[in-house]
Design a protein around this ligand. Sequence first.
Ligand code: APR
Length: 228
Amino acid sequence: MSGAGISAESGLKTFRDSDGLWNNHRVEDVATPEAWRSNPKLVLDFYNHRRSELDVAVPNLAHIALADLEARYEVTVITQNVDDLHERGGSSQVLHLHGKLTQVRGEFSVDEVIEIGTKPIQLGDVNALGEQLRPNIVWFGEEVPLIMTAAHKCAQADVLLVIGTSLNVYPAAGLMDEVSDSCQIYLVDPKAEEISTNRKIRVYKEKAGTAVPALVRKLMRLPFNELH
Ligand code: APR
């Protein structure tokens, strides 16, 4: 499970390290249905700016190491991130809990997703039904369609890697509690705080670009019965 921290070394800002501001707007004030209703142009500009950053951001060693893990394990990446760096790093199973910057949809058509790459969208850009296009992003207060799929994957997991997330935002943050008692959890975050839980968690207080390749090398060598 990954958060904004895994993309920090690719140059994409995290939410809470940069005190959650974008152009002096709190993310919580822009990524909401209310902001979309009251100031759709501000919201479109916010996502156009973040989408354009994908043209210069590249996957880092953490994204690539997770893809390497697929050589031995069945790996599902559950990410809160809306960038496409896991896919470009080579991961083949990626669940975007909060949507994807490279996708848009009609504002009333939840299922009609349109891939636009890193192109901007403006007011007046509409889908085939004439609906204004909006980012295919899950905004604060909106349903998280993939959360049950993600919870089911966690329940089946032998190993859960939690990488670069402040575990501030639910329901994503609650996924850690879905794993079985025998699941080994590894947490990678340079600012990791002690987590009060009875689960087996090994904490790496390091950057993802350093800790994840080392952790993947370890997991690739381990005899399967020593995973737990
Ligand atoms: N490597 C690993 N972790 C890092 C790195 C790094 N190089 N740099 C920062 N971090 C950690 C921070 O210490 C922090 O704990 O990544 C975490 C980023 O936390 P947030 O900025 O809160 O991002 P995230 O947890 O993904 O936010 C969850 O909140 O704003 C909403 O929908 C948005 O998906 C986002 C959600």
